[in-house]
Design a binder for this molecule. Structure first.
Ligand code: FO1
Length: 358
């Protein structure tokens, strides 16, 4: 398994829970300074999205259909990156790019109609095949590796791959530095992909570790994209292994708290279950309520508005006990058309929120 983790990171382990967190006073009410006309509240506005993989990609796809892509920047998690046979794989970045390019695989990751000849051959040569890299997908990793090996950064490589797929919005990795997420479980300390793919998310989760955190810097453009935007979304992604690895990067949390944007969180939990992935079991293992309310509580300090699915309208009373505005609508992105509908629903809720704050 030596190819499949970040064992090369030289830095010593550091408990991510130990550094004191500086919590800035909330900047609620700052929306009053925005243009409150309904149409103008979106025209020419900049949008930044903090994103994980599949849920974020679908959300972004819809957003791009209702807002000019050149005004949208996505800051993407890299905590689940891995080295696979020497190639740097970025599952969340690739999922965003493939989804926007409409070539994503049936499960939301990888490329549709891919083949597995390389995996077959590797297996015949005695290698493991639990992490499945398809042959078409491999082309992306070869390009990324070439850029990295010729002196480019991860952000450079991302730009090259996104341009090649004609992606019009900007996608930047949260950091160019190695920033792996480890999962401490009843089976020991596992890299994210060992936990999620090899062990199918079955081990009981005790905590997450970001062992290289003190050496991680935001990629160029990340802080500016968070501070100087009109709308800052936390996409419907896993709060622990997609969003937290971004927020924990030094200076990122403060830049969110100080941002001039209206900050909007979208729930990845609908009807008490994660739409995709292990967010539900993680919430439970870590003692949070497995509901949109449980997620809203986690984001309470970071967002002004939290949006959840209409199926959870029974949570309204609890939601109203929070210090943030919460609203519900249909957030189910069941097909490509629905992604656009969901983006429109969310846009409408935000516009109402702005008008009500006036
Ligand atoms: N997920 C799986 O469940 N099994 C796989 O074999 C697998 C391979 C894979 C290859 C490339 C890629 O970009 C993503 C891949 N994923 C796979 C998805 C990935 O592990 C997770 O969905 C994300 O890391 C979580 O956001």
């Amino acid at each position: 398994m030596p190819n499949l983790n970040y064992s090369l990171i030289p830095q010593p382990y550091k408990d991510p829970a130990s550094p004191a967190r500086v919590v800035q006073p909330s900047m609620r009410g700052k929306m009053l300074s925005m243009n409150l006309n309904t149409a103008d509240s979106w025209k020419n506005k900049k949008i930044t999205v903090l994103a994980g993989g599949v849920g974020a990609a679908r959300f972004l796809y819809g957003l791009q259909n209702i807002h000019p892509p050149d005004l949208i920047t996505t800051v993407c998690n890299v905590g689940d990156d891995l080295l696979w046979n020497g190639l740097h794989i970025c599952p969340d970045i690739d999922t965003l790019i493939y989804t926007l390019a409409e070539v994503e695989g049936d499960f939301g990751w990888g490329i549709q109609n891919d083949s597995q000849h390389t995996l077959d051959e590797l297996e015949a040569l005695g290698e493991e095949r639990w992490f499945q890299i398809g042959n078409r997908d491999l082309a992306t990793h070869l390009i990324r590796n070439r850029v990295l090996q010729t002196g480019g950064t991860l952000a450079d490589a991302t730009q090259v791959i996104a341009d090649a797929r004609n992606i019009k919005s900007r996608i930047i990795p949260a950091t160019d530095d190695p920033h792996p997420t480890f999962v401490v479980t009843n089976e020991g300390r596992l890299s994210f992909q060992q936990y999620f793919v090899e062990r199918r998310g079955e081990p009981q989760v005790y905590k997450f570790e970001f062992p290289n955190l003190e050496n991680v810097r935001p990629a160029p453009g990340v802080i500016d994209a968070i501070r100087n935007t009109d709308y800052l979304f936390i996409a419907p992604s896993n709060p622990f292994v997609s969003i937290d690895p971004i927020i924990q990067i030094p200076t990122v949390r403060d830049s969110i708290l100080e941002s001039r944007a209206l900050r909007v969180g979208v729930s990845p939990i609908v009807g008490g279950k994660a739409i995709k992935g292990p967010a539900g079991t993680m919430l439970e293992s870590l003692g949070h309520e497995v509901s949109a309310y449980g997620v809203a509580r986690i984001y309470e300090e970071l967002v002004d508005l939290f949006i959840y699915d209409e199926i959870d309208s029974n949570l309204t009373t609890k939601m109203e006990s929070l210090s943030i505005n919460t609203q519900y609508c249909d957030t189910m992105m069941v097909n490509r058309k629905a992604r656009t509908t969901v983006a429109s629903n969310i846009k409408q809720l935000i516009t109402s929120h702005i008008n009500e704050s006036a």
